[in-house]
Design a protein around this ligand. Structure first.
Ligand code: DO4
Ligand code: MG
Length: 285
């Protein structure tokens, strides 16, 4: 089942049928029994027509985030560890990444408040004081206030490799700025955990041509999803639940940096495709 946050409310998609749910986003997704509750709703509600569904989904799709904080895990895939070690070679910080990859405690960092998150179809920004910028495609969890994973979505953890590479202590500036995160297009709600064989694919288009393309599977993650959640929730309360990006599994080659107008498409099996265009913050141009 997929939940979309749309301009006119909440759209539930189940077995190709769609329903408009009259509810408040935060309290709906924070339910303990979300998957079975949505099953009941779909059985009790009249489906909208295929045309109306299309109209809603062709309109603005908002990020599936209410008042929740967005957090992120780092260096959870070998590919990410290697890329960080490479970019921080001259700053002398390379061993930090090696150590955190093998340590029992994962790297977790605060990524965004809802206000800084873009949805499907919207722009994400690169920083004007950064010369090396990449998108990071990440399986993103929605965890309810009790620490239970309730749904899965797609995240883009936009990052400045030049700022982080200069000094690891600059991580918050490399990661947190206006429109530095995208989440969407929907929240996949399943009774079963997402398959480890699910493929994550990223395509970056420049002038309608493919500038970068690669794919891998979630099974390559070093840590379990519940291990990441356990550390995040160990000393923090999240009354409305939280979103957690689980780390990037794909890194474009060192010669690649994003440009204004590039289009980033991230697909995860079973969830869908999150599409965003790269922009510059007009206030800070
Ligand atoms: O340590 C820096 C950030 C790592 C990260 O964002 C990732 O691995 O996805
Ligand atoms: Mg990341």
């Amino acid at each position: 089942m997929k939940l979309y946050k749309i301009a006119k409310g909440i759209l539930l998609e189940h077995h190709d049928a769609a329903y408009i749910i009259d509810d408040e986003w935060d309290s709906l997704i924070n339910r303990d029994d979300l998957a079975s509750y949505l099953q009941l709703i779909s059985a009790d509600t009249t489906a909208i027509s295929a045309e109306v569904k299309k109209e809603h989904l062709n309109g603005q799709i908002l990020p599936p985030v209410g008042s929740q904080e967005v957090w992120a895990a780092g260096v959870t895939y070998l590919k990410s560890r290697d890329a960080r070690m490479e970019e921080s070679e001259t700053s002398g910080g390379a061993s930090l990444y090696d150590k955190v990859y093998d340590a029992p405690r994962p790297e977790l960092f605060f990524k965004a408040t809802a206000q800084r998150v873009s949805g499907h179809g919207a722009e994400v920004y690169i920083r004007k004081d950064s010369e090396w910028n990449v998108p990071e495609p990440e399986l993103t969890l929605f965890i309810n206030s009790k620490g239970i994973i309730q749904g899965y979505t797609i995240g883009n953890d936009m990052s400045s490799r030049s700022i982080e590479g200069e000094n690891a202590l600059y991580l918050p500036q490399a990661k947190i700025y206006e429109k530095s995160a995208a989440i969407g297009p929907c929240l996949l709600v399943t009774a079963e955990p997402i398959s480890a064989d699910a493929v994550i694919k990223m395509v970056i288009k420049r002038n309608n041509e493919i500038a970068y393309e690669d794919a891998t599977t979630i099974s390559r993650m070093k840590r379990s999803l519940n291990e990441l959640v356990g550390y995040l929730y160990s000393e923090c309360d999240f009354p409305a639940g939280a979103f957690l990006m689980t780390g990037t599994c794909l890194v474009p080659p060192p010669t690649f940096t994003l440009q204004q107008g590039d289009v980033v498409e991230i697909t995860i099996d079973g969830i869908g495709t999150l599409v965003n265009t790269i922009g510059l913050n007009p206030k800070h141009k």
